[in-house]
Design a protein around this ligand. Structure first.
Ligand code: DP6
Length: 362
């Protein structure tokens, strides 16, 4: 597959107005995407668990404009409040995808969006938000071209979402998604996410992710700036090779259920991501004291109990605590009794592995 596969063929139908709505989940990377080339091409392949509870709901209303214009026309609402601040981000997204979605200037759009998680939680909404919007646009394209297959629909939705935010391409389907070309993953691509092609061990079914909101502030460094810091980074090439090797190892572990191997790779990936930020120029420290407290508590509890609890981090201070369903009771008690104290205002989100976006009727 190349980019040209996603240029629309002449449409067979016409549509003047309508509305489509999608609910799309967030995802948490196990092997991290950190570093990109132009056009949102990742420097290394990544793999993520699709989440379930952390979702964005987006409805896209569209109405044909009187005459075709040379500008985009849209309004965007977050929780029913008109948001001018979001406009530049959406305009950039539309500019990037216009080549693939030729009708963007033909309609006026009203985008209404809301998140299941608090806006100021420090949880990235770009993955769920951009994937939900990409899916709404694909629903319009499907209306104009009803013969489109479901596989193409999902693939192009992922392709478009990637152009909005890289990690968003891993939020269309579930439950394990690979993005980026990797020799061990047949059909994997830098252009869109694909489902992990092997059967995952049953221990990974219903896997839990309890997200501890250690710091709910605005991110200190946006991911775009963060990715750019990998250009000219002294450890960049080694890091990209490490991610490829980790994905190869994790692919086997996900099939054989070796939880010790899983925890080692996942935690190493999280710490490496932060190490890359600490060793770039300018350098950043995105962990907070409570992030370290939580990590040390997790390690001590694991040592004492032998339970399979581990953590991962995004480009921020919040901690994702990962654990299997069959150990959930004991581990959740530990989280409530010992970790929640480190969360800002005691806030945390109980999530688990999910199966991707859903079209809804609103
Ligand atoms: C640390 O997908 O937010 O979460 O492509 O610039 O929008 P852009 O970056 P983004 O980066 C996510 C980085 C990460 C790791 C990951 O999700 O793989």
């Amino acid at each position: 597959m190349t980019e040209t596969n996603f240029v629309s063929k002449p449409f067979t139908k016409q549509v003047t107005h309508g509305r489509f709505s999608w609910q799309s989940p967030s995802n948490i990377a196990l092997v991290k995407y950190w570093g990109k080339k132009t056009n949102q091409i990742p420097e290394n392949p990544s793999i993520s668990f699709t989440l379930d509870a952390c979702r964005t709901t987006t409805s896209l209303e569209f109405k044909k404009r009187e005459q075709s214009k040379t500008d985009f026309s849209f309004d965007i609402y977050l929780d029913n409040v008109l948001l001018e601040d979001f406009k530049p981000k959406i305009t950039t997204f539309f500019e990037r995808i216009e080549k693939y979605i030729p009708f963007l200037k033909a309609y006026h759009f009203i985008i209404k969006t809301s998140n299941s998680f608090p806006h100021s939680s420090g949880i990235a909404s770009s993955a769920s938000g951009m994937s939900a919007l990409a899916l709404c646009l694909m629903s319009i394209e499907k209306e104009l071209m009803p013969e489109m297959t479901d596989d193409y629909f999902n693939q192009k939705a992922s392709f478009l979402a990637r152009l909005g935010s890289g990690s968003a391409c891993r939020s269309i389907e579930g439950d394990l998604i690979v993005w980026g070309r990797h020799i061990d993953i047949p059909n994997s691509s830098d252009l869109f996410g694909v489902k992990f092609p092997h059967e995952a061990h049953k221990i990974f079914r219903n896997y839990h992710d309890t997200i501890l909101l250690v710091d709910k502030g605005e991110k200190q460094v946006s991911s775009t700036i963060g990715h750019n810091l990998m250009h000219g980074h002294p450890f960049a090439q080694n890091r990209f090779n490490q991610a490829k090797n980790n994905l190869a190892k994790l692919s086997i572990i996900l099939q054989n259920g070796d939880l010790n191997g899983f925890m080692e790779i996942v935690e190493s990936e999280a710490l490496t991501l932060h190490a890359m930020m600490m060793t770039s120029l300018p350098y950043f420290m995105l962990m907070k004291p409570n992030t370290l407290e939580v990590i040390n508590k997790i390690w001590a509890f694991r040592e004492k109990t032998g339970l399979h609890i581990c953590f991962t981090l995004d480009a921020g201070a919040n901690v994702h605590v990962l654990y299997p369903e069959n150990e959930a009771e004991e581990i959740y008690d530990f989280i409530k009794n010992e970790l929640v104290a480190y969360c800002q205002n005691g806030h945390y989100i109980c999530d688990r592995i999910g199966f991707g976006a859903k079209q809804i009727d609103i």
